[in-house]
Design a protein around this ligand. Structure first.
Ligand code: EPZ
Length: 417
């Protein structure tokens, strides 16, 4: 596992073109299984989770190649309905392949995805919905076997607006008979992106971004050429890095409307932000205000995937802030590591109470998950002295060339094995 060495104190200045979205492209990669043809993806991020998903597609018979910067998937031939266990265990978001293999073959065999460092992450909502769609589900010693002779459209009321469950139901319903309605659907931008992608393939999906998504089953899909939307969490991560160091950053290729909740908190902390449709400018003097309460919630609320990064900023804000993590039950693994750097944070259940300190100091710290790792690098950018962030494998899952991009903006950061 690799490491990042960060020497704090440099302002970030410059501009950055934001990479393609990890959480949009993973369900899109799964969806390419459905069209029995070719999919050409532009702006696909070159990150570890995409590599893992490519390995899964290849393992079930797809051909996948990079041609310059275009990822080309040919799903004409699928050789098995069994998703290799090792991939599911290494990347729990691979559960999204369940829906598309099932939709394509009417059967799938997949190991229960393990939990991860941020929580148990059950799939009960996925299973409950699939059973409503005439799918027989067997739990055979840690494997989920799903089969049916006909996927039937159904009206599904999700008990919680689960992103993954919403996506899996959409993928199963595309080639089903009849109409499926998903009430209390997740409204994240990545869900809207999946609808657009599926419709570009010839599916009939509507309502993404609202509480109710409607999928009318079709019998055939076609080849597709698609450009993946920019990653709103990567964009937010660089905004937070600029906020904490004091600096100026112009983000290009962003959907400013995806960043409204994040920007409103950064403005509350004292940053200046100006945006137009596809670019966003931030200026910070590095003196940040505390925020009484940030509560993570489903979109359009404050995204849980930005909780750790904003906590790093609040750790040196003037005053005391509270973060309520309502989505995942153990998404504070970065707190003990920030405390090693001098942060003053108390955890009380799902609440983190952050008392701002004047300065953080460098330390040896350990990334435990993707966004927590990014938060430690953000803290290191502002800390006095050198911080070494271990376990870079977590960070490269979602951030393309993170150290190089920060270095181009003026950060003193180096990767080493
Ligand atoms: C997606 O995970 C994202 N991952 C996560 O981003 C993100 O944090 C999450 O949505 C919430 O926005 C991808 O898109 C690949 P959920 P997902 O199903 O689909 C519970 C990152 O850092 N739940 O909306 O797994 C679950 O335990 C990652 O990029 C059930 O109880 O999220 C959690 O507490 C981390 N039963 C809550 O719902 C279920 O059947 C939200 O989970 C499903 C979920």
């Amino acid at each position: 596992m690799g490491n990042y060495s960060v020497v704090g104190g440099n302002r970030l200045e410059g501009d950055l073109t934001v990479q393609g979205s990890k959480n949009a492209v993973l369900p899109i990669l799964a969806a390419t299984i459905l069209n029995k043809g070719k999919s050409y993806l532009h702006n696909c991020p070159k990150i570890l989770d995409v590599c893992n998903m490519i390995n899964i597609l290849k393992a079930i018979g797809c051909s996948v190649i990079w041609e310059d910067d275009v990822l080309i998937i040919d799903s004409s031939i699928i050789t098995t309905d069994k998703i290799p266990e090792n991939y599911v265990q290494t990347m729990r978001s691979s559960i999204i392949v369940l829906g598309s293999v099932l939709g394509r073959l009417k059967s799938v065999m997949i190991s229960f995805p393990g939990g991860c460092s941020i929580g148990v992450r059950p799939i009960d909502l996925h299973i409950k919905a699939l059973k409503q769609m005439n799918i027989n589900i067997y739990d055979t010693s840690g494997f989920l076997k799903c089969t049916t002779n006909e996927i039937k459209g159904s009206t599904i009321h999700l008990d919680y607006p689960s992103v993954g469950a919403t996506e899996n139901i959409m993928l199963v319903a595309v080639l089903s008979s009849g109409t499926t309605k998903i009430y209390n659907a997740a409204k994240e931008p990545e869900i809207m992106e999946l609808e657009i992608f599926l419709n570009t393939m010839g599916a009939k999906v509507s309502g993404a971004g609202t509480d109710c998504i409607i999928i009318e089953g079709v019998s055939k899909l076609k080849d597709v050429v698609y450009t993946v939307m920019p990653d709103r969490i990567v964009a937010g991560t660089f905004l937070a890095a600029t906020a904490i160091t004091g600096g100026e950053l112009l983000l290009k290729n962003v959907h400013a409307n995806h960043l409204e909740a994040i920007c409103s908190k950064l403005e509350e902390m004292g940053c200046f932000i100006k945006s137009n449709d596809n670019s966003l400018f931030i200026r910070s003097d590095g003196d940040l205000n505390a925020i009484n309460l940030i509560r993570t919630s489903p979109h359009p609320g404050f995204p849980t995937d930005m909780q750790a990064q904003i906590m790093a900023c609040l750790s040196i804000a003037k005053g005391t802030s509270i973060i309520s993590e309502t989505i995942f039950e153990s998404r504070f693994k970065h707190v003990p590591e920030l405390s090693k750097m001098g942060a003053d944070i108390i955890i009380e259940g799902r609440l983190a109470i952050i008392k701002g300190v004047d300065k953080l100091h460098g330390s040896e710290v350990f990334a435990e998950d993707l966004r927590g790792g990014a938060a430690l690098i953000i803290a290191g950018l502002a800390a006095e002295g050198k911080t070494v962030v271990h376990n870079s494998n977590h960070i490269i899952r979602g951030y393309e060339d993170f150290d190089d991009k920060l270095k181009q903006l003026g950060a003193n950061i180096n990767y080493f094995d």
